[in-house]
Design a binder for this molecule. Structure first.
Ligand code: AGP
Length: 606
């Protein structure tokens, strides 16, 4: 996902922009660039590759500085990563940086070519720059309003015009953008982390609000030029939070932050020992009004939804459909009035999930967002929102966000079951109390991470692995498999343990690692026999189960024990070794754990 920044103020703009871009590297990128506006006009430096390449390029031009400019890290969507496709794009009169996708760019490009414009890049962004130039009438905000009326798709744009010095313009639709408010200096950025070194005060921009950024004055207007007054927000985490805090990687830090993340997420939602989600408007009456529940998300967030499904269906006895967002959108889902669609998303900006939200609303369903980033698009567009309080999750591989997503889904399931009368107040309090014990249990598991580190060394040369389980263990094994794949590049597959014998067991050969998640005690014997099936075919078995359960060497090569709680909540404990195994396998392979190849932290394109 691209990152954009902009600055106006008395500091060395180039330095500020490079520093801000470095804080956005975690989003994943393949090229970077900066445009500076000074009294000699617009100057651009951009290159394929990492920020260091851009720094090297800029070092060769000491005059490449000023106090007004825009910067960009590109995650290619149109046109391969290359110098010419890097942002900024434009000409001597106007320069822009863009995060998003312009869906009608080909039509615009053809129109501009018919007006004599040439194009040097293959990007959709260049058409926006040239369209701004084509419509430019001396008034930047009027010009911007005209252009955004013609483009379709998603955008967060940072714009500078040659004849408007010391001013940066910005506008967004679908892609996030914040406006930083400093002391006699102003910023735009894709997210607050980029500018926390300078200020923690910011405005969240809404759709098609146009910003005129000057060092000591920020004006925000609608497309008609009417000024809009926004609520000034204060980022409730500092740069330290967003740094590694002494851990080698953000991912390990975030795994270790899980106990705190769970506590800060659930504590305000437990009143007198009972779950209470009133804050988002989920009243008992509403909970009783839903006929069907859908949980729609992508990736790890969807896996959290699978855990939610099992728990809600088991104790509240309401059918729950879990959908991959990109599938939900195109299967013409049977959803409507009196249905609840829950959108789960760490970033709150995932395009597929956001579009699924819009589809659900258009069909008359009520929507609830479970989101980690305040003020994000999904949070703002849903009818109700429950924020998780995991703090910034920087590593591309989601860990603590997953943990707090399922924590919220547990609270939701408990409150729904109690509202439906399928569990008593006493049972609801008992389950809620178990949830409050989870953080300490996670801490205990983290004490034993060296075992996971050792097991990782046994997996590092594997070509492929199987993760197997039944029920909640199967839902959890999906998350374990994704974690391993995305950061170690080792292929793995999650499989329902009972289904193996219907074909996939043919893959099991000597030494093939199989990670068996076996925490659901009512299914223990069945899953145990599935493990024996793969063991007798030569698999190297890693057996994840309760601490107290002994597993003989002829069944498991390695046993990972976790503390025992009610089986319903075991996923919150059993997921920790799976996260650690993936992490240490990636480290053992010398991979950039926090920024794995091809991936971005938030996928804001479809
Ligand atoms: C998880 O480790 C991945 N980074 C990815 O699957 C992620 O969960 C997915 O893209 C959804 O992101 P979101 O939670 O921000 O919507």
């Amino acid at each position: 996902m691209c990152g954009i920044v902009g600055y106006v103020g008395s500091r060395n703009c180039t330095k500020v922009l490079l520093d801000a871009l470095s804080k956005l590297e975690y989003r994943g990128y393949d090229s970077a660039g900066i445009a500076i506006l000074d009294n000699s006009g617009i100057k651009v430096k951009k290159t394929h590759g990492k920020l260091e390449m851009l720094r090297e390029l800029i070092r060769k031009s000491p005059d490449f500085t000023g106090n007004c400019g825009i910067g960009h890290t590109r995650w290619a969507t149109h046109g391969e990563p290359s110098d010419v496709n890097s942002h900024p794009h434009g000409n001597a009169r106007v320069s822009i940086v863009h995060n998003g996708i312009i869906e009608n760019y080909k039509k615009i490009k053809a129109f501009l070519e018919s007006k004599g414009y040439d194009f040097e890049s293959q990007t959709d962004t260049e058409t926006v720059a040239k369209l701004l130039d084509y419509y430019y009438n001396g008034d930047p905000t009027e010009t911007i309003a005209k252009v955004i009326g013609e483009i379709e798709g998603s955008y967060a744009l940072g714009i500078i015009f040659k004849d408007h010095p010391e001013t940066v313009y910005a506008v967004r639709k679908d892609s996030p953008l914040i406006v930083g408010v400093g002391e006699s200096e102003s910023f735009i950025a894709s997210d607050v982390t980029a500018i926390l070194s300078y200020t923690n005060k910011y405005y969240m921009l809404d759709e098609n609000e146009i910003v005129t950024l000057k060092a000591d004055k920020i004006t925000i207007t609608d497309i008609h030029g009417i000024e809009i007054h926004k609520e000034l927000k204060i980022a409730d985490w500092d740069l330290e939070d967003a740094k590694k805090g002494g851990y080698e990687h953000f991912m390990l830090k975030e795994i270790h932050e899980q106990p705190t993340a769970v506590k800060t997420t659930i504590t305000p939602r437990i009143i007198d020992g009972m779950p209470c989600l009133d804050e988002c408007g989920l009243t008992i009456e509403k909970l009783n009004s839903y006929n069907n529940i859908f949980i729609v998300a992508c990736g790890t967030a969807m896996h959290a939804g699978l855990v939610g499904k099992y728990v809600v269906e088991k104790i509240a006895r309401i059918p729950v459909n879990v959908d991959i967002a990109s599938e939900f959108r195109y299967r013409d889902p049977i959803v409507g009035e009196n249905d609840l669609v829950i959108l789960v998303s760490q970033s709150g900006e995932t395009a597929d999930t956001k579009e699924a939200l819009r589809l659900a609303k258009s069909k008359g369903a009520e929507t609830l967002a479970i989101v980690n980033v305040k003020g994000s698009a999904i949070a703002r567009e849903a009818d109700m929102v429950i924020y998780t309080h995991a703090g910034p999750e920087i590593s591309v591989a989601s860990t603590k966000a997953y943990m707090v997503q399922i924590a919220v889904l547990y609270l939701f399931a408990f409150e729904l079951a109690y509202a439906k009368g399928t569990i008593s107040e006493e049972e609801c309090k008992r389950l809620t109390n178990v949830l409050t014990e989870i953080p300490d249990k996670i801490e205990a598991i983290l004490e034993t991470q060296s075992k996971c580190q050792y097991i990782a060394t046994q997996l590092v040369n594997a070509d492929s692995l199987l993760y197997i389980g039944r029920g909640l263990d199967y839902a959890l094994s999906m998350e374990g498999s994704l974690k391993l794949k995305e950061i170690s590049y080792i292929h793995s597959e999650s499989y329902a343990a009972g289904e193996l014998k219907h074909g996939t067991i043919s893959l099991v050969t000597n030494e093939m690692p199989v990670i068996a998640v076996v925490t659901q005690r009512d299914l223990y014997d069945k899953t145990f026999s599935n493990v024996v099936e793969v063991k007798t075919r030569g698999a190297k078995v890693i057996f994840v189960t309760h601490d107290y359960i002994n597993v003989s060497d002829d069944v498991a090569d390695y046993k990972i024990g976790v503390p025992t709680v009610d089986d319903l909540l075991m996923p919150m404990l059993a997921v920790v070794p799976l996260q650690l195994i993936a992490y240490y396998t990636s480290v053992a392979k010398g991979i950039d754990v926090d920024k794995p190849r091809n991936l971005a932290k938030s996928v804001t394109v479809e």
